[in-house]
Design a protein around this ligand. Structure first.
Ligand code: NAD
Ligand code: UDX
Length: 458
């Protein structure tokens, strides 16, 4: 079959894999190839055990792989053949040198730009899919258009807004798709080529066109606003615990105000995931580099509150369990940073587990999809730590259960059975406020939720 267009995606991760699978599905006349330097990851994409867990992903890949979706390590050939190159490599926080701990580490990004430069033999559209600091496209264009091969590269920003756990639904039915380009004739032509891809399935009024800098900055800003809502509600949760106000009632009441809206007001143990912290730190760094100190401090406080909330959760556990948890078995239900993913990057569970282990608790980690990643996250920990996928076995003989991920599975457990198998008094800490606290208290648990008065039998 001859294809109308060849699309390449460099980076076969949580974004590259699902996004390209959706494009392949919706654009059968385009050939979509996803490449990565990690050959094990590519092998997994070509197997029946995909490298990431995401509801609906297996079915989507099954339908397209081998037809117009291909996973490969052939980066060089991929670049040569492509008309449009999406770059979806990781852009973590820099851990060394200038800007360490805040700035985005652009080494993977720049390496990709140089690979494109070396292997390209004709004009290309290069699409920033990774989340990048505002004005990165400028650096990208400088690197690419230095070439002596008489090739023109047009850089377009098309940030991704999918959330893990709902990636397929988000890709299929996005709130919006953002496409930013230079406002030159070549820039507008490249923009149109990217609009044409999404127009296969996204209503035209949800495809937003703008200048390239606005697209780059909108991505960082969206994540900062979302995280800020969580830190805001979490800050009020602490006040609720002192005043007998109930955070769920407060969130429901304020969420009814159409100007505020109901979403992202779930108080909890803190936000995790690979994006929020990294992107806010990046925003903070950019503000600092423009001398906007107050703005940097404002956004940095969103992260400070989140870290405080994680520590506060552990403090509540310790204080309520008579200020000692040494030698006590504590079961952590959930290790993923949210439900429906095996991803544990920046999961609050990492902080909770490590803090409990520092107090010499005997920690059992349970999760339906994230135990491999959990083992990796805690591999340096010498203390008493075990992993158990079965929640009943994990909680057997425990003094306390801490629910850290909002998996549906944990809503549906037989808590009476769990209580019977636990040491008494039995403690339950609901870090996601998803359980029926009154019912659990009536069963005999001492229940500690976020932003609610504790329900204690003593
Ligand atoms: P990831 O770490 O899962 O995947 C990145 C992949 O890029 C890795 O497999 C890595 O091996 C590969 N890679 C790195 N350098 C390469 C190179 N030179 N050539 C080929 N492959 C290379 O990361 P991710 O979660 O998919 O995130 C990618 C980008 O998308 C980041 O900028 C992130 O901020 C952004 N983003 C992520 C999400 C999310 O939910 N994970 C959502 C929106 C945006
Ligand atoms: C986020 C953005 O939502 C997405 O648009 C962007 O593309 C990538 O970053 P993600 O991190 O995958 O997506 O998941 P998200 O649903 O945003 O949850 C992030 C964290 O916040 C999770 O730990 C979640 O449990 C927590 N959260 C979310 C809350 O604590 N309360 C809420 O009300 C919502």
């Amino acid at each position: 079959m001859t294809f109308e267009k060849q699309i390449l995606c460099i980076g076969a991760g949580y974004v590259g894999g699902p996004t390209m699978a959706m494009i392949a599905m919706k654009c059968p006349r385009y050939k979509v190839t996803v490449v990565d330097i990690n050959s094990a990851r590519i092998a997994a994409w070509n197997s029946n055990a995909l490298p990431i867990y995401e509801p609906g992903l297996d079915a989507l890949v099954q339908k397209t792989r081998g037809t117009n979706l291909f996973f490969s390590t052939g980066i060089e050939q991929g670049i040569q053949a492509a008309d449009i190159i999406f770059v979806s490599v990781n852009t973590p926080t820099k851990t060394f040198g200038h800007g360490a701990g805040k700035a985005a580490d652009l080494q993977f990004w720049e390496k990709t730009a140089r690979q494109i430069l070396v292997h390209a033999t004709n004009n290309k559209i290069v699409v920033e899919k990774s989340t990048l600091p505002v004005r990165t496209a400028e650096a990208m264009e400088r690197i690419l258009n230095q070439n002596t091969k008489n090739i023109h590269f047009e850089v377009v920003s098309n940030p991704e807004f999918l959330a893990e756990g709902t990636a397929i639904a988000d890709l299929e039915n996005p709130d919006r798709v953002l496409i930013g380009s230079q406002e030159t004739p070549d820039g507008l032509k490249a923009r149109k080529a990217i609009v044409d891809i999404y127009a296969h399935w996204v209503p035209r009024d949800r495809i937003i066109e703008c200048n390239v800098w606005s697209a780059e900055l909108s991505k960082l800003t969206a994540n900062a606003f979302l995280a800020q809502r969580i830190s805001s509600i979490n800050s009020i949760s602490a006040l609720c615990e002192r005043t007998e106000a109930d955070i769920t009632e407060v969130a429901a009441a304020i969420g009814k105000d159409a100007r505020i809206g109901a979403k992202f007001l779930r108080a909890g143990v803190g936000f995790g995931g690979s994006c929020f912290k990294k992107d806010i730190l990046n925003l903070v760094y950019i503000c600092q580099s423009y001398g906007l100190t107050e703005i940097a401090e404002y956004w940095e406080s969103v992260i400070r509150i989140n870290e405080w909330q994680e520590r506060r959760f552990v403090r509540t556990m310790l204080e309520s369990m008579f200020n000692t948890i040494a030698g006590k078995k504590i079961a952590l239900l959930g290790f993923a940073f949210k439900a429906d993913t095996g991803d544990t990057r920046e999961s609050p569970a990492i902080v909770v587990a490590r803090s409990l282990l520092e107090e010499h608790a005997d920690v059992v980690v349970s999760d339906p999809k994230a135990l491999d990643n959990a083992r990796e996250d805690l591999k340096d920990v010498p203390q008493a730590l075990s992993f158990e996928v079965d929640p009943y076995r994990a909680t057997d003989g425990a003094h306390a259960v801490a629910l850290l991920t909002d998996w549906q599975l944990y809503r549906d457990l037989d808590y009476e059975r769990i209580l019977q198998s636990m040491e008494q008094p039995a403690f339950l800490f609901d870090g996601r406020n998803i359980l029926d606290h009154k019912k659990l208290f009536d069963l005999g648990f001492n229940v500690f939720a976020i932003g609610k008065a504790p329900l204690k039998h003593f």
